[in-house]
Design a protein. Sequence first.
Length: 89
Amino acid sequence: KTKEKLPPDTQTIVSGIVNLVTEKLTKNGEKMAFITLADYGGSIEVVIFPRVLKEYGKHLVPGSCVLVKGRLSPRNGETSFIAEAAKPL
């Protein structure tokens, strides 16, 4: 519900279970990821850019429960969450 209640670019923390991880390559050939983070209230897409993925990727695997710090960002008509840090719960 975070994505409906807060305006874009709001810095916040979300938590949940990682359901899906999709890795992509950036234009520079670096790995980034899109994850689906779910809790009892719904799910949100979390965008993990290369620097954050290198540092925190070990925590962002399917089935893991994590806390993610970042900000909300509009993307393709939906609200996504841009990760800045993550830690296991």
